[in-house]
Design a protein around this ligand. Structure first.
Ligand SMILES: [Zn+2]
Ligand SMILES: [Zn+2]
Length: 361
């Protein structure tokens, strides 16, 4: 047992409470990671708001990087002192989705005994299989990816969710090809990564759509060739002008707002792909005219965590970063202590932030 400090959700819609919790030692097939950094993602906020249900008390946080400081029996491929990413992608390695190369869709047995309790013995939910708004986590090794020793840990933490979600949606889920046109709805933490994913994929035109003019400027730094203000009524008309009427080959919805989902098909042409990345609250529904999708041969694609395969994609992304082809440092808009996490979350909620990162040490 280790006593650690954590930011605990006690009540939906309320600030997190900074307090001590107990983390049990890793059992067979588990590792303990002492965290250096954990970025704040909109999924953490959806859980905090009660948008996706779940038991309280809970510790969220799932975009983390740290160092392995304890290992249970039988863990292969890792050693004490390894620097690693911690992701929410727990996979069994054996089920049908895992065997077909889709670990994000794992439906095998990935349960583990909850490692976190309050000092009085009350169980604490390990949010998103991580519970990384805390000084340490105990997780399964398949959730990890190794990091080089010389990468800054705050920068590395971003690779665990926002970067793979955005870049992966373009490269893996949509398989965008060189010369194609992409529309990215939302130029926030995930949207900027979809934009740089489209740049890396060789897109000819990359059109960012956002409500905030400053965010369109930032989008251009990440590779957007055009920016269209969403408050302009019918932004797809601007996209029609930019594309000479052809519209986009793929549109990526990186926000959770239902109107964005309902309007997204307007941005793509025949055979175009609508890629759903942002996650609305449970129960939210969107309206479509199926006849249009059918008649135009369009595709509607769900994309979770960028369909990432950690062992394949993380080394590739680190390589791109080291070649200055993937921007990571520029994604961080604020660094915060655990004590100030509620301020950091408020800043993320305001929509002004790229990524806010909690620094533990
Ligand atoms: Zn996330
Ligand atoms: Zn599996």
């Amino acid at each position: 047992m280790a006593r650690i400090r954590a930011a605990v959700a006690r009540e939906f819609g309320a600030p997190l409470v900074i307090e001590d919790v107990e983390l049990r030692a890793p059992e067979a097939g588990e590792v303990e990671v002492t965290l250096d950094a954990c970025a704040i993602c909109h999924s953490d906020i959806s859980f905090m708001d009660g948008g996706w249900g779940g038991e309280l008390p809970a510790i969220y946080g799932h975009e983390a990087a740290g160092t392995i400081t304890a290992m249970g029996a039988g863990v292969k491929g890792y050693a004490m002192g390894d620097k690693v990413l911690v992701t929410l992608i727990r996979s069994c390695g054996d089920c049908a989705p895992c065997s077909s190369g889709a670990p994000v869709a794992c439906d095998g047995d990935i349960s583990m005994d909850g490692p976190i309790t309050l000092p009085d013995g009350t169980a604490v939910t390990q949010g998103m299989a991580c519970g990384a708004f805390a000084e340490k986590v105990v997780v399964q090794p398949r959730q990890l990816a190794k990091l080089p020793d010389d990468i800054a840990m705050d920068v590395a933490s971003l690779l665990a969710c926002g970067v793979i979600t955005g870049v992966g949606a373009v490269v893996n889920s949509a398989a965008l090809r060189p010369g194609q046109t992409a529309v990215i709805i939302g130029a926030g933490g995930v949207g900027l990564n979809a934009i740089q994913g489209a740049r890396i994929a060789g897109a000819a035109k990359i059109i960012a759509i956002d409500m905030v003019p400053e965010k369109l400027e930032i989008a251009k730094e990440f590779g957007a060739t055009h920016g269209v203000l969403a408050s302009d009524g019918k932004p797809w008309k601007e996209v029609a002008k930019i594309t000479g009427g052809a519209m986009a080959d793929a549109v990526f919805i990186t926000v959770g707002a239902i109107p964005a989902y309902e309007q997204a098909l307007r941005y793509i042409g025949p055979k175009g792909k609508m890629v759903m990345v942002g996650m609305p609250h449970s129960g939210a529904k969107a309206d479509y005219e199926p006849v249009i999708v059918a008649a135009l041969g369009q595709q509607m694609i769900g994309s979770k965590m960028g369909d990432v395969v950690l062992a394949r994609d993380i080394p590739w992304l680190i390589d791109l970063y080291q070649q200055n082809r993937l921007k990571l440092d520029e994604l961080i808009s604020g660094r915060w202590s655990l004590d100030d996490i509620n301020e950091a979350i408020a800043n993320t909620k305001s929509g002004a932030a790229r990524r806010n990162v909690v620094i533990f040490r």
